[in-house]
Design a protein around this ligand. Sequence first.
Ligand code: PAF
Length: 291
Amino acid sequence: MGVAREPLKTITTVGEMQAAADAWRRAGRTIGLVPTMGFFHEGHLTLMRQARQRADIVVVSLFVNPTQFAANEDLSRYPRDFERDRAMAESVGVDVIFFPDAKEMYPAGYQTTVAAPELSQPLCGKTRPTHFAGVATVCCKLFNIVKPHFAVFGEKDYQQLLVVTRMAADLNLDLEIVPGPTVREPDGLAMSSRNVYLSPPERAQAVWLSRSLQVAADLLAEGETCRDRIVGTVWETIRVRPLARIDYVELRRLPDLAPADEEPHGKHLLALAVYFGPTRLIDNTVLSFPE
Ligand code: PAF
């Protein structure tokens, strides 16, 4: 017979969260963290289920982190619905939602940042130069507050996954960073909280993001290994959609995100960011070139 779970609890202060984490650790319980900014969809729930499978205690942090948004970005209109998120987290057996406000996370006088500059500069870092320092900093704080044995990050934000993995290794943080799969709508669009911003015509054209990545994977499977032909095909597949404005389509070596050679070898990240109106969507796939 399984042990009955406590009902989902919401914790809003750093002190209470750290005290709870200390008590669980003293009792020998494994803590898994899923960091989020809320407005859950199946992608988040998949990461929570993944954490549930291997942790005694699953903590989901829900914090729309202001330091990873630039002044011209969507911080104020980022979708929020705490009661809906709470019910969804409860449905997959989450134990605690850590739900601090900005003053709790960044009290007056706050000034410290953490950054992994080389991994943060290319791809999304070109249009969002301060974004990954904001992400790395808040994740470092969350790791010190929730004290997890592992934290799950989705591969949809692959550059973020690389930055956080590097930061945790560089700072000798005592936790494992666990990748989780990208979850897609039936037509292939990667799930994202930002998909709600899309108008119906934009939503219809957004399907070409994942389709273009599939075209690239198919090309490679047929023996095409030229970087420019692969990237160019993805670019052209999206460029002809009238509502899409390409930010970037790039092939980068893994795990250091160095620019790909003309004839790449080994694992590479094919990543893209595309605007539909003010909404910026990202997607990626990992391609394995012949060694
Ligand atoms: O991926 C996100 O939702 C955020 O970047 C994260 C990891 C929760 C940090 O704020």
